[in-house]
Design a protein around this ligand. Structure first.
Ligand SMILES: Nc1ncnc2c1ncn2[C@@H]1O[C@H](COP(=O)(O)OP(=O)(O)OP(=O)(O)O)[C@@H](O)[C@H]1O
Ligand SMILES: [Mg+2]
Length: 479
């Protein structure tokens, strides 16, 4: 099929349509804790201010037709030249020429926009470039050439962006993966990569992806959420923030558990920023997403195998290596395999104050997943010994969840109290009580202390960290 007929074949552009209902939740906040909370937020080093905004283009048929013609000519005449200073005037000149030749283009065409879009194709990441530059967009999802979604302010929306065809999407994937020495083709149809700005990318192509080449991009936020933001969003209360800050300062081992995209990494980042500035922090991740404000941070990133299947460095390798780096704290982006054993052993042998995340639906589920992960390490330990390791190592599990209305919540903060017989005893300190869903699909509920003071409360007091007793007492007037 020729380029022109392919353009005519394109479906009409669509307006952005919200696909999930619900609106931002406002969580009632208790009074009284303000000064303790203010001093907490003041200690946190804030990353630089973010700027920039952009629009999503909406093209008509003539726009597409001219762009198609121009694209063909540009490929023919510029032959891979990507120097912006020289190609912009050349492309603009070609566009003027084409408009002069065909009067149907006159009056209906925004020449500057066509040139910008072509520049995006040639030097950026094609049609999704505006989404990548848009600070309000946190995730970009390309499901084949004609359906491009993005997550904007917690909600997934269908955009009016489309690619010319499957090859156009493939060319963008290749542009993303080639500079980091990866490839994508039928024999290697899935790839993880990163954009130069740190955004995490996954691409999967046919025959595995049935609706065409599929790209998922978790954008790297230049201005990551702070504890203040999370409190404003209702992810946690000020009381919970004060409690978690104390837990981090008192060097408790904390595990953030939750489903995909529930906000685990964001919460881990916020917690890590509670670590005092004079401590040496080693972070370990598959794709470096954490952004710490402290001075003394060593960031390690795992490495997948190369094309010959060699040279992989796993999270487990990095956890073992980190213990020889004199860390005051080890922060592990996500524990999902045999590294669980090394992490638990480290936590049990003096490397306390560690932080990590893991994938699971509840604190109890997290414990059983950790048991399975330890078995993956290939060490023949009886279940009771594994449970002893887990209960001795982990002090607190924070359960994170993405609710039906798109909001992210900490739904439980649970203390791991110890082993009784064969059972690990868990005690919730805070939990989320949902009372219903309103007419707009918004989840109604509140985060409340269970009234139980954790067993490690004395340990906090002994290390000179005081938490007001009111943090643990539910206040009936909150809502
Ligand atoms: N508390 C929050 N409130 C609103 N949005 C949030 C919150 N936490 C995270 N987000 C947004 O949700 C998305 C997913 O966040 P994050 O990467 O922290 O999740 P995750 O659980 O680590 O995901 P994954 O399982 O893919 O690693 C991001 O776009 C982030 O900006
Ligand atoms: Mg994550």
């Amino acid at each position: 099929m020729g380029l022109l007929s392919r353009i005519q074949d394109k479906t009409q552009t669509q307006q952005e349509q919200p696909t999930s209902s619900g609106s931002e939740q406002k969580q009632p906040q208790p009074e009284g804790m303000d000064s303790a909370y203010e001093s907490l937020t003041k200690q946190i080093v804030r990353p630089t201010e973010a700027k920039k905004n952009s629009i999503i283009p909406k093209a008509n048929d003539k726009h597409r037709e001219l762009k198609g013609l121009l694209h063909k000519q540009v490929l023919h005449e510029l032959k891979g030249d990507t120097d912006i200073d020289t190609i912009v005037p050349k492309i603009d000149g070609m566009a003027m020429e084409l408009i002069k030749e065909d009067e149907t283009f006159r009056g209906t065409i925004d020449r500057k926009r066509i040139v910008d879009e072509l520049i995006n194709d040639l030097t950026g990441f094609g049609p999704i470039n505006p989404l990548l530059l848009d600070e309000d967009v946190s995730e970009v999802m390309v499901n084949g050439p004609n359906r491009v979604y993005c997550e904007r302010k917690g909600k997934i929306v269908l955009t009016n962006i489309s690619f010319r065809d499957n090859e156009h999407v493939m060319s963008v994937i290749e542009k993303i993966v080639a500079p980091i020495g990866r490839r994508i083709d039928e024999s290697s149809p899935m790839v993880d990569a990163r954009l130069p700005d740190g955004s995490r990318v996954n691409a999967i192509i046919p025959p595995l992806a049935l609706n065409g080449p599929t790209i998922t991009i978790r954008k790297f936020s230049k201005d990551p959420f702070t504890i203040d933001n999370l409190v404003q969003f209702g992810t946690l209360t000020k009381e919970m923030a004060i409690f978690l800050d104390a837990c981090v300062k008192a060097r408790l081992n904390i595990f953030v558990s939750g489903g995909t995209g529930s906000g685990k990494t964001t919460t881990l980042n916020v917690l890590s920023n509670f670590i005092p500035n004079d401590e040496r922090i080693v972070t370990i991740e598959d794709a470096a997403e954490l952004q710490l404000g402290q001075d003394h941070v060593v960031s390690l990133e795992s490495r997948p195998p190369n094309i010959e299947g060699k040279g992989a460095i796993s999270i487990r390798d990095l956890v073992r290596n980190s213990l020889r780096m004199r860390p005051d704290r080890v922060v592990i982006g996500e524990v999902r395999g045999a590294e669980a054993l090394d992490m638990l052993q480290a936590m049990n042998t003096g490397h306390d104050g560690s932080l990590a995340t893991g994938h699971s639906n509840s604190p109890r589920d997290m414990i059983s997943r950790l048991e399975t992960m330890v078995l993956l390490a290939g060490v023949d330990l009886p279940v009771k010994a594994i449970r002893e390791q887990i209960s001795g190592a982990i002090d607190v599990i924070i359960q994170q969840s993405r609710l039906k209305d798109g909001s992210r919540r900490i739904v439980k903060i649970t203390e791991v109290q110890g082993l009784e017989g064969d059972v690990i005893v868990l005690q919730d300190v805070f939990s989320y009580e949902q009372s219903g869903i309103d007419d707009n699909g918004k989840v109604i509920g509140k985060l409340v202390p269970t009234g139980v003071r954790p067993k490690f409360y004395e340990r906090l007091e002994n290390s000179g960290i005081h938490i007001p007793a009111s943090v643990f007492i539910g206040d009936e007037d909150w809502n």
